[in-house]
Design a protein around this ligand. Structure first.
Ligand code: THU
Length: 147
């Protein structure tokens, strides 16, 4: 998938997602996710998953990033990088996870609402190993309202 983002900008976003992943609050799953969201005004908001004993109140990393951004006045979004994997603690290799962490359906719907079909979605296993998508590819024919 093509994007007009420079490679360096993609790598920066991936690194920030890995840093945010370190803050994941994951007492139940042990699966840590980080996200970094680039705005049109060049601000970047990060997020991690925040779990809850009720399970249902858990917030994914992607939505944390989007909700932080919106609550700070951002409305125009360009790209989000996502990294996730089982947290290995001190054995964890820096900036590396085993698999691509694709966004869940609820997060895809939130991305549709706030980022739109053209949002660039990057899933990464490392700074060198990543895939670049658009939201439209990950949520084809998605619901965008009724007007
Ligand atoms: N999770 C995310 O943070 N993003 C996703 O798109 C998928 C799932 C989190 C939620 C939960 O804390 C853990 O991963 C396991 O499902």
């Amino acid at each position: 998938m093509k994007t007009n983002m420079a490679d360096a900008a993609i790598v920066e976003l991936i690194e920030m997602a890995f840093e945010a992943r370190k803050n994941a609050y994951i007492p139940y799953s042990g699966y840590a996710v980080g996200a970094a969201l680039a705005c049109a005004d060049s601000r970047i908001f990060t997020g991690c998953n925040v779990e809850n004993a009720s399970f249902g109140a858990t917030n994914c990393a992607e939505r944390t990033a989007f909700f932080k951004a919106v609550s700070e006045g951002a409305r125009d979004f360009r790209a989000i990088a996502i990294v996730g994997g089982v947290w290995q603690g001190q054995d964890e290799k820096p900036y590396s996870v085993k698999d691509y962490a694709y966004p869940c359906g609820i997060c895809r719907q939130v991305m549709k609402e706030l980022g739109g079909d053209d949002l660039t979605v990057i899933v990464a296993r490392s700074r060198e190993d990543y895939k670049v998508w658009t939201l439209a590819k990950l949520l084809p024919e998605g619901f965008g309202g009724w007007q």
